[in-house]
Design a protein around this ligand. Structure first.
Ligand SMILES: Cc1cc2nc3c(=O)[nH]c(=O)nc-3n(C[C@H](O)[C@H](O)[C@H](O)COP(=O)(O)OP(=O)(O)OC[C@H]3O[C@@H](n4cnc5c(N)ncnc54)[C@H](O)[C@@H]3O)c2cc1C
Length: 476
């Protein structure tokens, strides 16, 4: 066993040396060893009998070791190490900042998302971290890059007497203008491990990974199972919450297990697919905050098969010119279809400030569906195996008289899809909620069907059928 050299030898980045020194000055042992087995990671962090250890694989190139070291420091957390930004050289701080940046920045005005683990200004609004671009501050706010720092932050929240809420990409979230009296952790944990197993491939993914970046990698490697879920914003850890789905696939079909951290003691539990109780846009986690644990990783079982799943008419039509479509063809077609409906997050799109679909498609018992069909014979519907009928919320909204682009002040329906509510300049969370009530009331008055919202709401006192109640006396 040897120590990495203290001076910058040829090929060793000087920042690598600085990082080793910084870690050692805080009592972390940094060691080089020749790891056993096939090479997959250049290094890692662990805690052994109270010692904090960073092990680097001698077989890795200096640049790979440096990246591994950055990952380790992110996992431990600068604040855990008792370091401030001023303890680091500007060049090293810049590296950490760059790594902390989201691959899907929501606002050009957003402050740097992470300075390693330096605590953010708690008066900072959550708006730049949500795709709606709306929302007040959190009582406490921290970016986490590793499970260790997550556990530390959970303990800190308990000391402060605050519940913890997890923020991923903020793409399925409406945060109140007043903010939220919780400790908010911005999940930026990283790591994707692919492993062949019994004829299929297991992909274990850390919760803070970008969902679409992960999907891109599976498609590139020729693994089938997630290709139709291309172009959905947000993080991997959020996908089990509402059983993310689109174009004929949903994550419940490929999730093998979900590992959660208990916010009260930091312990980990792995839930099987069955234990997650997945259903249409729902799971055991939906609407429960972090009570059932914080998702730290999700494991997917994928097939080594280049043929995509084509189970959705619109996608079938889009691919009809290609004799043998590949996974990449399906991904391209899905993203193109989504783009036409403003259903990819793209800041150059005037409809980009939304949560995607604002309402789920109502699932009606047979009797209620028959009543609806008697009055409205053209209602589109999908019979489900349990005898219920799914009806498209977008159709109900449009036919109730609320066409694309309908606006109420600074909030309106997307000009590309009636199911998305878009916030324009000057919009507040109250405006969004008021408009959602208008849509729900209009559909209910026309069809006697009550829509349920899809996003989660933070910082609102009372919800009725999933939608925040408007303050007394306020008519939508
Ligand atoms: C343009 C657009 C298109 C969309 N299209 C689709 C679509 O086709 N299908 C679909 O299903 N959804 C869609 N969505 C909704 C959204 O992208 C997904 O629900 C996504 O999975 C949310 O991920 P997120 O990281 O942004 O979650 P956030 O919005 O940050 O969080 C949503 C909820 O999940 C919880 N959560 C997040 N991470 C964790 C975690 N690690 N552990 C525990 N709880 C957690 C949060 O606390 C919160 O309650 C769309 C949204 C937009 C803006």
């Amino acid at each position: 066993m040897t120590k990495p050299s203290e001076s910058a030898a040829p090929g060793v980045p000087p920042l690598f040396v600085e990082l080793c020194q910084v870690l050692r000055s805080r009592g972390v042992v940094v060691r080089e060893e020749t790891f056993q087995g096939p090479f997959d990671r250049a290094g890692g962090y662990c805690e052994l009998r109270g010692d904090r250890l960073v092990l680097l694989d001698k077989r890795a190139r200096p640049a790979e070791q440096f990246r591994a070291l950055l990952e380790c420091i992110e996992e431990i957390g600068l604040s855990t190490l008792g370091l401030a930004g001023t303890d680091l050289s500007p060049a090293l701080l810049a590296q950490l900042n760059r790594r902390g940046h989201m691959p899907w920045p929501h606002s050009t005005e957003a402050p740097p998302l992470a300075r390693g683990h330096l605590r953010q200004d708690v008066s900072q609004n959550l708006a730049p971290y949500t795709t709606l671009g709306i929302g007040g501050p959190a009582a406490d706010f921290l970016v986490v890059h590793g499970r260790t720092s997550l556990a530390h932050q959970l303990a800190r929240a308990q000391e402060l007497g605050l519940e913890t809420r997890v923020l991923g990409g903020g793409s399925n979230l409406v945060v109140a203008d007043e903010g939220v009296a919780s400790s908010v952790v911005l999940m930026r944990t990283r790591g994707i491990r692919f492993q062949a197993e019994s004829g299929s491939v297991l992909a274990e993914v850390e919760a803070g990974e970008s969902w679409d970046e992960f999907v891109r990698q599976t498609v590139e490697r020729g693994y089938r199972g997630l290709e139709c879920l291309s172009g959905i914003p947000g993080t991997v850890g959020a996908t089990p919450i509402q059983n993310v789905g689109a174009y004929g696939q949903e994550v419940a079909q490929t999730i093998e297990s979900v590992t959660v951290m208990d916010p009260t003691d930091g312990s980990l539990t792995t839930l099987s697919n069955e234990a997650c109780e997945f259903s249409y846009r729902s799971s055991i986690f939906k609407g429960k905050g972090s009570a059932l644990g914080i998702v730290v990783s999700v494991t997917f079982r994928l097939e080594e098969d280049p043929r995509p799943t084509i189970a959705f008419k619109e996608l079938e039509a889009a691919l009809s010119d290609i004799a043998e479509p590949t996974l990449a063809d399906a991904r391209r077609a899905v993203v193109a279809l989504r783009r036409k409906k403003s259903m990819v997050y793209d800041v150059s799109d005037p409809n980009h400030r939304s949560c995607g679909s604002f309402f789920t498609n109502p699932v009606l018992p047979a009797a209620a569906f028959e009543r609806l069909q008697r009055k409205h014979t053209t209602v589109p519907h999908f019979p489900l195996p349990d005898g219920t009928f799914k009806v498209p919320a977008a159709w109900l909204i449009e036919k109730s008289g609320l066409t694309r682009g309908t606006r109420l002040g600074p909030v309106g329906l997307s000009t590309a899809h009636t199911l998305a509510i878009v916030a324009h300049d000057g919009a507040s969370a109250k405006d969004v909620v008021r408009f959602a009530h208008v849509v729900r009331r209009q559909v209910e008055e026309t069809f006697d069907v009550r829509l349920r919202p899809e996003p989660e709401f933070w910082g609102f006192a009372e919800l009725e059928d999933g939608l925040p109640v408007l303050p007394d006396g306020q008519e939508p």
